[in-house]
Ligand binder design. Structure first.
Ligand code: ADP
Ligand code: MG
Length: 360
């Protein structure tokens, strides 16, 4: 059958785009966590009902939204974080596309209560299909910060709703994500619980150490097994001799923790942060995993905080911003694998091996 070419209606375009950004409840949680962190929050509390399909609330104590910005909050491509394309190089916020709230408002009932730092009272507003719903923002009592409430996710997308996993599966994805954020950002207190439960399934306190948060999220054995890994290219003494025209050459630093060779988890856990973004970098993760696999098939815990010059990483390659592209990816992977090899071939003792010998 021959069809003529037609331009899609704006609502259809919005639905398609929304579906790419928010593929399941955990993607909505990620976007709202990023927003909370971008707003400078030091406390973020997540409540989940029915795996996030029925209800998700994310409460933060960040700077809040100003009254005059509320009509634009869920407009597509409306953002306070980016003005021109060039700003993307070296961007320090986690968000920048002004798409998340727009997308969520197209596939759920979205409301917000926010109190800006400069304001004595809160405001409540609801959104549908990117627009502020009548009667517009109303004044209410509120703590400083912002709470988003997402209800009935995919109420208008039956296929998507059916394709989701059980409530338990979707909840465990959310817990997994919040755990990664807690380890990645120990200066922020995170909690995550099911609605109606008193006890949080995950709870960290602001200012805990990264190792404390590994213990809280992944257990004592993982926390005790950690060895610090540091890798800088060029090494500090070499960097003094780098001339101007060599500046585009390989240059990065990585700091983090990796498990020792006495530890094996039930599964590999790798948390890779590149210029502040928690991302998946499969080639790097596979190489690190392969190193441990070659040692009695260990399943490691790896946390790496990698810093690259802003022009050597592209954070804008995936709708969910899950993946990034690094220039010099192979060299960076090789340097990190060398550092890992060096660390484990050294005489460094981990508290885990002490613990084992103490028990023996
Ligand atoms: P982006 O994060 O890419 O800017 P979003 O759709 O996620 O796009 O958010 C749109 C805008 O709403 C943000 O730029 C920010 O100004 C505001 N915003 C969203 N969440 C919060 C929050 N928790 N606290 C304060 N402002 C927020
Ligand atoms: Mg955002």
């Amino acid at each position: 059958m021959h069809q003529t070419i037609q331009t899609l209606a704006p609502e259809v375009i919005a639905q398609i785009a929304a579906g790419e950004v928010i593929q399941r409840p955990v993607n909505a949680v990620k976007e709202l966590l990023d927003n909370a962190l971008d707003a400078g929050a030091t406390q973020v509390a997540i409540t989940v009902k029915d795996g996030g399909k029925k209800l998700l609330t994310i409460q933060d104590n960040g700077h809040g939204v100003q009254a005059e910005d509320l009509h634009l909050l869920c407009k597509r491509h409306a953002t306070s974080k980016l003005q021109k394309y060039e700003d993307l190089t070296g961007i320090s916020t986690l968000g920048f596309r002004g798409e998340a709230l727009a997308s969520i408002s197209c596939m759920a009932h979205l409301s917000v209560v926010t109190r800006h730092t400069a304001s004595a009272a809160g405001l409540k507003a609801s959104y549908r299909n990117t627009a502020l719903e009548a009667p517009g923002p109303v004044t209410c009592a509120a703590q400083p910060g912002t709470t988003f409430v997402i209800e009935d996710l995919y109420y208008n997308l039956e296929q998507r709703r059916k394709a989701l996993g059980s409530a338990a599966e979707e909840y465990s994805r959310i817990l997994d994500l919040v755990g990664k954020y807690a380890v990645s950002r120990p200066e922020v207190a995170f909690s995550c619980k099911k609605q109606g439960e008193r006890r949080a399934d995950l709870h960290t306190i602001s200012g805990a150490s990264r190792r404390d948060n590994v213990r809280a999220v992944y257990g004592a054995a993982a926390a005790q097994s950690l060895l610090p890994l540091v890798c800088r290219v060029p090494a500090e003494d070499e960097s003094l001799s780098v001339s101007k025209d060599q500046e585009t050459e390989l240059s990065f630093s990585a700091e983090g923790f990796v498990s020792c060779l006495h530890f094996t988890g039930r599964r590999t856990i790798s948390l890779i942060k590149i210029n502040g973004h928690l991302v998946q970098c499969r080639p790097l993760e596979h190489s690190l995993e392969a190193f441990y696999h070659s040692h009695a098939r260990l399943k490691p815990f790896v946390f790496l905080d990698i810093q690259l010059p802003g022009d050597q990483v592209d954070v804008n390659v995936h709708p969910t911003k899950h993946e990034v592209i690094m220039l010099h990816q192979e060299e960076i992977t090789q340097a990190l694998c060398d550092a890992l090899q060096h660390l484990h071939s050294g005489q460094l003792q981990c508290s885990c091996s002490h613990a084992i010998s103490a028990r023996a």
